[in-house]
Design a protein around this ligand. Structure first.
Ligand code: SAM
Length: 290
């Protein structure tokens, strides 16, 4: 492959079909990494629709997790958003800027998102709330969600994530559902998650084995007076053994007497299982811990 030809193939405008993606990878000399969860969303209309659904206002800075080849990134910079793209794969990160023809508004960090410090993101955001988004690598999507809520809650006001549909269903599940659990609680206490759109495997290259879903998280205007870590920790205890009653799960951690006192103070029947308790009940329980 000669220089000009290779450069042409590397340009994002051309990476619009599975055959062109694979041609480009052949020119790169490596393939998409399944270990890094690389499933590229190549449909232009879908990329535009996902970005539009976040209604990002002018001047708002955007953080993209896992830009990959840059399909979504291109839409963001074309919409004139100052964009920070954080990509773990060095081979893709190093060429991202060139693939998008070097836009000024794009900053690329070749880093693992899970290693990014809160202060670093804060410094980049300039103290204004950002939008965080991404077609997340599925192998670590729940760990990324935990960081976004537990460590970066003060930094954003809206997020949009493409997730495995099964994870999206756990996020939006309500009490009484088998899917309702730790992820539902953490995300619902601090935001209003919406499963906005379902995406079938054929929209991605390579096609994943599962359906995906685009979830939008609007940070609540009134954040309850509890910390995300308290929510994660208590829900871990309460959902520890899903088939056990709340009283038994709490007793394992706090002892029978304290567990009983907590339940009484919160006005919750200890014979219930955690999956039957609404978000509000968990907040009352956390507050009993002082
Ligand atoms: N945004 C691109 C798209 O929609 O076509 C790629 C999405 S692909 C599902 C996930 C991307 O996240 C890949 O580019 C992968 O290399 C990157 N990635 C995987 N693990 C990561 C991590 N821990 N930190 C940052 N990026 C990561």
């Amino acid at each position: 492959m000669h220089g000009d030809e290779a450069r042409e193939i590397h340009t994002i405008d051309r990476l619009t079909s599975p055959s062109r993606i694979y041609e480009a990878f052949e020119a790169f000399g490596f393939g998409p990494s399944s270990l890094l969860g690389q499933n590229f969303l190549i449909d232009r209309n879908t990329q535009e629709a996902l970005a539009a659904s976040l209604k990002i206002s002018e001047g708002t800075r955007v953080v993209e997790i896992g830009p990959g080849l840059g399909h979504l990134t291109r839409v963001l910079v074309e919409r004139e958003h100052q964009t920070l793209a954080i990509e773990k794969d060095t081979r893709l990160a190093q060429t991202l800027h060139a693939r998008l023809s070097g836009p000024d508004r794009l900053v690329v960090w070749n880093r693992d998102i899970l290693d990014i410090g809160t202060e670093e993101l804060q410094a980049w955001s300039g103290g204004q709330p950002v939008v965080i988004l991404g077609n997340l690598p599925y192998y670590c999507s729940t760990r990324i969600l935990a960081r976004v809520f537990e460590d970066w809650l003060g930094l954003w006001d809206r997020c949009g994530f493409l997730l495995q549909e099964e994870v999206a269903d756990r996020i939006v599940a309500g009490p009484g559902s088998k899917l309702y659990g730790r992820l539902s609680l953490l995300t619902q206490v601090f935001s209003t998650p919406v499963k906005a759109r379902r995406l079938p495997p054929h929209l991605f290259v390579p096609a994943p084995d599962v359906n995906s879903a685009w979830c939008i998280f609007q940070r609540r205007a009134e954040i309850p007076d509890v910390s995300p870590r308290q929510v994660s920790s208590l829900s871990g205890i309460c959902f520890g053994e899903r088939r056990k009653t709340l009283a038994n799960n709490l007793a394992r951690e706090f002892g029978r007497e304290k567990a009983q006192a907590m339940l009484e103070q919160a006005g919750i029947d200890g014979r219930l299982r955690a999956e039957q308790v609404p978000v509000d009940g968990f907040l009352k329980l956390i507050k009993t811990l002082g």
